[in-house]
Design a protein. Structure first.
Length: 62
């Protein structure tokens, strides 16, 4: 398995989080189904992603 450089991972996370934020702040329907996760709503995805990012931030800070 080929690993990506740390900077590339960070860039990808930043890009995808920005894209998710843009969707949510555009007034998207939070009850909409996520196409790649049909059992999940957009709200559930945002809550899950936000929780994961806060968890990682806590680890990095400590």
């Amino acid at each position: 398995m080929t690993l990506l450089a740390h900077d590339r991972y960070c860039d990808a996370i930043e890009l995808e989080v920005r894209r998710l934020r843009d969707v949510v702040t555009s007034g998207a329907d939070l009850s909409a189904t996520v196409p790649t996760c049909p059992d999940w709503s957009l709200e559930r995805l945002v809550r899950h992603t936000g929780g994961a990012l806060r968890w990682v931030e806590l680890i990095v800070r400590t």
